[in-house]
Design a protein around this ligand. Structure first.
Ligand code: GRF
Length: 203
């Protein structure tokens, strides 16, 4: 199966997925990486792994819809079976989401439905939560709102700050995102009736 990964930054999740493909734990290959930022370190990771890259800057487009149309074309050029958003910091319109619905995944650093949007680690701390975590979900038109597939929890300790929490959450991200990609490429995971299904059971 052909995976296309969209990034805006460091790309540590991209790296985890490339590594899992190379190790054979994900039965597929990252065939393309697209970034909206030319400076994203994830582009270097892709190049080091011999994965073709493409930069598509949102600044070159007048509105979200025309950017998303170009993004649809770029992803389609790679003939993606699975589209993986891995720290892609753009809000997507239905132009993009509807083109790939059911094969579009995102990772969000909170225990959804808590803390959609930005600054999730600080918000969990400010709320006095005792646990925090990360969610992988199917993408729908609602921001961070599609059906959740998998979550991993981390404990919030008294000494934690937003940085230490982000680091703990990242370690979990690198475990659950390749795991969910593996389920999808093995045909075990689908979206239907607005829900996520694994092996025929609602998650
Ligand atoms: C992760 O925290 C992810 O949950 C969020 O963006 C960050 C991406 O990190 N959506 P990286 O670029 O994969 O290192």
């Amino acid at each position: 199966k052909r995976l296309v990964v969209l990034i805006s930054g460091s790309g540590s999740n991209l790296q985890a997925i490339i590594d899992a493909c190379q190790a054979g734990t994900v039965n597929g290959q990252v065939v393309g990486v697209i970034s909206n930022k030319a400076s994203a370190y994830g582009l270097t990771r892709a190049e080091n792994a011999g994965v073709p890259t493409r930069v598509l800057s949102h600044k070159d487009f007048g509105d979200r819809e025309s950017y998303d149309a170009a993004l649809v074309a770029a992803v389609s050029d790679f003939s993606a079976d699975l589209v993986v958003l891995a720290g892609f910091m753009r809000i997507l319109t239905p132009v993009f989401v509807s083109a790939f619905e059911g094969k579009l995944l995102n990772i969000h650093p909170s225990l959804l439905p808590k803390y959609k949007g930005l600054d999730t680690h600080q918000r969990a701390l400010d709320a006095g939560d005792s646990e925090h975590g990360v969610s992988v979900h199917f993408v729908t038109a609602e921001l961070d709102g599609g059906p959740v597939i998998a979550q991993a929890k981390v404990a919030i300790e008294a000494a934690d700050n937003a940085d230490s929490l982000a680091e703990k959450v990242h370690r979990q991200e690198h475990v659950i995102y390749p795991m969910v990609c593996a389920w999808f490429v093995d045909g075990r995971l689908q979206m239907g009736e607005g829900k996520a299904w694994l092996d025929g059971q609602v998650l």
